[in-house]
Design a protein around this ligand. Sequence first.
Ligand SMILES: [Fe+2]
Ligand SMILES: [Fe+2]
Length: 177
Amino acid sequence: MYNKPIIKAVGSRREFFDENDPIITEFMDCIRDLLEIPEVKELDKFHQHCNTSRLQHCLSVSYYSYRFAKKIGANPREAARAGLLHDLFLYDWRTEKTPQLHAFWHPKAALENAKRITELTNAEERAILEHMWPLYWGMPSTKESLAVTMADKYAASIEVICQWSLVFLRKLHIVRS
Ligand SMILES: [Fe+2]
Ligand SMILES: [Fe+2]
């Protein structure tokens, strides 16, 4: 279980619980109900990329999906909700055997899990299923799907870059372990 509090999206300065920030308040209103669901909370038990928990990753993707959606004229609420649920699978992808390669399998698993905990719009379903583009399940077919796909790559890249930068700085004794 991760004990690090999740304060903000990786790479962002805006804090999720800053009630004086109108962008954050509007974003949090889109996903607040989902954050109370046990299966979503449980994402904090799993590693995603490097030392990022899956819940931190999903919150980052949700936030950036919301921001990208506003920029490209997609529905920001649907993008934020699909972003939060896009990796809703409760297994360790490094060790668990799945019927197909994890990269191909997990969007479908996440969609089935998401359907079990909440009602999804068609755009949310497409966005969860298509978020691994260009690997599998077809190109983004809606603007919300495009927002989530871009946000997933963006958040994952920052997570990996931050982690490797830290390793590098530690090796040079610029920061302590
Ligand atoms: Fe994924
Ligand atoms: Fe992801």
